[in-house]
Design a protein around this ligand. Structure first.
Ligand code: ADP
Ligand code: MG
Length: 482
């Protein structure tokens, strides 16, 4: 039996995130996903001789924004380099990337790991252009190439080798994707390839400081697959070592269907790329003023927002985390609380019935078909016990969606769902029920407290179903125990 416990898993992740610009990094071609193949391909994307790259300012701003949010040091003096490759989907024969001067250095992402909070340290974030896409499964005899993606701006976010479990890698990527979306830096859509991850994995004996030989797994198109691939590699590397074999530095690919990894090639070292400064792009300096301006436009980050909600609205950690995990939901929350002070109820409505509806219809909460005023009114009516939550979030909400010209109170009245919550009326019914069932009252007093349900049912009947049952239960308890 192999003792896995003596080994430590070491992981460093490289995440490519497509910056949300309208045009490519060095030309005006559109970055739109899903267009017909080879339609966003000017002579620059096609690398015709004599064409020259021109820097996209927005891409730089987005990279700085990300760096500031991830606590990085921003490099003010930047230049690009050519990283030479021979790939069929790279018409220039090199990728324009940053080499020795990444735009962001250091930084970290805070994660909530199983064993508490951790800062996952970043090595750097640099800007580079994407390659095109080779497609091998359309034609039996030919490979096809789509160059729409060639030249699209990416940032590569590189962690230090400081992640020690597949679970933490999963949590880190989930958190990073949330931040990328929150900042409007990247849409984080892994199925469309706008966020991609390579995992570098090695093992060492626990207590060792020296890093082991690493393997790099590519083609991980979901966060779950990253986790699976890491788990597979951990076991594979351990069994190689235990067999007395040597781990070779190599690039592997993950096959999601078979849940295995297989070798693609032995890994290149940096020297193999023959980096040299890109002569067609002048170095550029990002002034402190520009950095400050971008810093001033940073939105409140989820962490800060959570803290504020916990102190300002007395949210639990759990509620704060739920509502702050989605920017659209936070925005919706902020809009609703302009019209109601029932903060906790607003959060519950968003996380509950509103989100449920949106998931069913596959729409964002921002596109919920009712106005903020109307939803807030519905929440207020519920919190004031004029209607009950089940009816409010069920029948009344549904009714309003098709009758949005009515107020929430009008809708509740039309559906005959406004509750009777006049205490005098309710008390009177309660007394009548007690008078009609003296035996049951005796049973209750003798300890058979379950009969309270019977009383409640009788009161409900007398009210023709309109009694505020929460209040009725309260009255029953008061009167029976006084
Ligand atoms: P390359 O560009 O050749 O892939 P980098 O220096 O960019 O090399 O490192 C890539 C990633 O590999 C980084 O996230 C780093 O933390 C990680 N890494 C480097 N060495 C190891 C190792 N021995 N085990 C695990 N991860 C490693
Ligand atoms: Mg790399």
């Amino acid at each position: 039996m192999i003792d896995k416990n003596k080994y430590e898993l070491v992981i460093g992740l490289e995440v490519h995130a497509q910056l949300m610009t309208k045009s490519k990094l060095f030309c005006g071609d559109s970055t739109l996903f899903g267009s017909s193949p080879n339609t966003h391909t000017s002579t620059i994307s096609l690398a015709h001789p004599g064409t020259l790259p021109k820097m996209n300012k927005k891409a730089i701003e987005l990279a700085v924004k990300l760096g500031l949010a991830l606590h990085c040091e921003i490099e003010q003096y930047n230049y690009f380099a050519r990283k030479n490759y021979f790939y069929p989907d790279l018409p220039k024969g090199y990728q324009i990337s940053q080499h020795t001067a990444p735009i962001c250095k250091g930084g970290f992402v805070k994660i909530k790991s199983k064993n508490g909070e951790k800062d996952i340290l970043l090595n750097r974030i640099h800007i580079e252009e994407d390659a095109g896409k080779s497609i091998h499964d359309i034609d039996e005899n030919y490979s096809c190439i789509d160059l729409n993606r060639a030249g699209v701006p990416l940032v590569e976010i590189v962690t230090e080798p400081v992640i020690h479990s597949a679970e933490d890698a999963y949590i880190f990527l989930t958190e990073l994707r949330k931040l990328l979306r929150w900042l409007d830096v990247c849409d984080g859509n892994m199925e469309e390839g706008s966020m991609r991850c390579d995992a570098n994995i090695s093992i060492r004996l626990k207590g060792d400081l020296k890093l082991g030989k690493r393997v790099e797994v590519k083609n991980l198109n979901s966060i779950r697959n990253v986790k699976k691939a890491i788990e597979l590699e951990f076991d594979r590397l351990i069994s190689i070592t235990e067999n007395g074999d040597v781990i070779v530095q190599e690039t592997r690919s993950y096959d999601a269907d078979k849940n295995t990894t297989f070798s693609l090639r032995s890994k290149e070292d940096a020297d193999d790329y023959r980096y040299f400064p890109e002569p067609d792009l002048a170095p550029f300096i990002i002034s402190q003023e520009v950095i400050n301006n971008i810093n001033n436009t940073l939105p409140e980050l989820p962490e800060q927002l959570m803290e504020r909600y916990i102190t300002q609205y007395q949210f639990s950690d759990y509620d704060a985390q739920l509502i702050c995990s989605d920017k659209d939901e936070v925005h919706y929350f902020e809009e609703l609380i302009k019209y109601t002070q029932h903060y906790k109820a607003v959060a519950n409505w968003i996380i509950g019935p509103l989100k449920y509806y949106c998931n069913e219809k596959n729409i964002s909460i921002i596109d919920f078909p009712l106005s903020h005023v109307l939803i807030a009114e519905l929440i207020n009516l519920t919190e004031n016990n004029q209607i009950n939550f089940n009816n409010a979030s069920g029948k009344i909400l549904q009714y309003l969606i098709t009758n949005s010209n009515q107020t929430a109170l009008e809708a509740s009245t039309a559906l005959n769902l406004v509750q009777e919550n006049n205490e005098d009326h309710l008390s009177q019914w309660v007394e009548e029920v007690f008078l009609a069932m003296p035996d049951k009252v005796k049973e209750y007093k003798a300890g058979k407290t379950g009969v309270i349900g019977l009383f409640a049912g009788e009161v409900k009947k007398r009210s023709k179903g309109k009694a505020d049952m929460q209040l009725v239960t309260q009255l029953l308890n008061e009167k029976l125990n006084s």
